[in-house]
Write a protein of this length. Structure first.
Length: 436
């Protein structure tokens, strides 16, 4: 069968495209190119301006997801339909395409972005054979949008480059998966956990404490700031994508804990809030994620500042528990004192706290983060987790205040744009996390 041939529809409007699931994943991994030819690098780089200067990258991304959702229902479980409807997923993929095309000859620059993608793939249990489907569909989308601008040589170059990128991700995922399985309490794939405690933190945030169904007395090690993917089946059709939630439990405990904010229209968060109670089960991936304390901070006298807004406080709680007295300041923005989760835990543990409640003080100033440097100086690691606009303002204002860009670390929940546009406005030295 050809790549675009289909079987009998499962239901009206949904076609089943060719699946590569029958292939051996080790064989797939070995078949992926380990390097790119100079001609392919040159050809892909030459198309980067075409992608960046108009809407072609987003058009390709939209065509890619349209084709996936029309013809490959076996991949539905990997895609958050809310992010599809809002266009966030397409914008993130478009940004990634531009960054990859621009840096295809120096993929080391993309390592932080590739690590983030690999971590999310691991948590979703993405297999090597899935990359072959993605390659076929993405090439079809590129050909659809680029049209005559895509010569046979350029087509071959992009095909080779996408397979090469797939190989990089597959190898990184192998390493991450081995690390996750080798830790105390570690496992691979999804594992059944039972909810042992449910705590209403605020009106719209619930903390779930969970223990594994298949073991007793297991103590869990992970890296502070990592997340687990939660798999539930609200509609009973197995098609709902897992959601990522940061672990808020301390290290070495016989349980795992997550904080879930109920989002307007959020399918999984609403289900967890309204249906998931103590004694019920859900499935968890192992902990993964790259928004973690820099290794030196865990063993040396390196100090940290934590900046968060809304549910972005979840990884900051994990950092606070791990770094302890190395945290010199914790700053948080929320709607009100009542909507501020983990407030008492921070008050008890953080030496200095700064809070900004928008119901009383309005939106925080764009230079809020820079003002914090006047309280504690600039010589710290700065961790930021917040909505995109606030996070970008914080990064830019810190850099302008003299904070070394390599010491600014950030996370944005949901699909992340490659932050190349932020880097254009940050005057500090080059940090691969701030540049594409």
């Amino acid at each position: 069968m050809g790549a675009e041939e289909v079987n009998v529809p499962l239901h009206p409007g949904v076609l089943v495209g060719t699946s590569h699931s029958f292939l051996d994943d080790e064989a797939v991994s070995r078949s992926l190119p380990k390097e790119l030819t100079p001609a392919s690098v040159e050809a892909v780089q030459a198309t980067a301006p075409l992608l960046a200067n108009d809407t072609r990258a987003e058009d390709i991304a939209r065509a890619f997801y349209r084709r996936i959702l029309e013809s490959h229902c076996e991949l539905f479980e990997f895609f958050n339909m809310t992010n599809q409807r809002t266009g966030r997923q397409s914008k993130a993929l478009a940004s990634a395409l531009i960054a990859f095309a621009s840096n295809v000859g120096e993929t080391g620059k993309l390592k932080p972005v590739l690590d983030l993608i690999a971590a999310k793939h691991c948590s979703l249990d993405v297999k090597p054979h899935h990359f072959l489907t993605v390659h076929a569909v993405l090439m079809a989308a590129i050909e659809e949008v680029m049209g005559p601008a895509l010569t046979p040589d350029v087509t071959a170059a992009w095909s080779e480059a996408i397979l090469y990128l797939s190989g990089l991700l597959v190898e990184r995922q192998k390493v991450m998966t081995r690390e996750a399985k080798s830790r105390n309490g570690g496992w691979r794939g999804f594992r059944r956990f039972v909810v042992t405690k449910r705590t209403q933190e605020t009106l719209d945030i619930v903390t779930f404490t969970m223990k594994p169904m298949d073991a007793i007395g297991v103590y869990f090690d992970f890296v502070p700031g990592q997340f687990v993917s939660v798999k539930v089946d609200p509609d009973g059709d197995g098609a709902t994508a897992p959601r990522h939630y940061t672990l808020t439990s301390p290290l070495g405990m016989p349980y795992l804990e997550i904080a879930v904010k109920k989002l307007p229209g959020g399918k999984v968060s609403t289900y967890l809030h309204e249906e998931m109670d103590e004694g019920q089960c859900l499935q968890l991936s192992p902990p993964f994620g790259v928004f973690t304390p820099v290794p030196a901070a865990l063993g040396e006298k390196v100090t940290a500042v934590l900046i968060s807004a809304g549910i972005g406080i979840a990884p900051m709680l994990a950092f606070l528990q791990a770094l302890g007295g190395k945290v010199v300041l914790a700053a948080h923005v929320d709607k009100s004192e009542e909507s501020h989760p983990f407030r008492k835990r921070f008050q008890e543990a953080a030496p200095v706290m700064q809070v900004h409640y928008t119901s009383k003080e309005g939106r925080p100033p764009k230079d809020m983060a820079a003002k914090l440097t006047k309280l504690v100086g600039v010589d710290h690691d700065w961790y930021i987790c917040a909505p995109g606009g606030f996070m970008c303002d914080a990064m830019q204002s810190l850099a302008r205040a003299g904070v070394d860009a390599t010491r600014i670390h950030f996370e944005s929940f949901g699909p992340q744009l490659c932050p190349v546009h932020v880097a254009d406005e940050v005057p500090a030295g080059p940090d691969p996390r701030l540049a594409g």
